[in-house]
Design a protein. Sequence first.
Length: 89
Amino acid sequence: TVTFSITCVDYDPPANGYTHWDIINIPANYTELPEGIPSVKNWKDGILQKTPWIGPYPPNGVHSYHFEILAKDANGKTLAKAKLTGRSD
């Protein structure tokens, strides 16, 4: 593993696939991200937020937020992935 990427997507209506976060090029030696995620697109160490973090804000009812983290090799090939779903109760 050389880098990680993380996405967070809300598939519930009316969001229907709204991306709350898409961050790539997280170096494999990172063990955490900073609290209070900065809204800038380009971070140090080549990290790129394609979609800066936009926290959950369901317009109605309960929504599920689907997080996925990918481990990638030097060619960008996915080596492993993990998923977590959180709810806005």
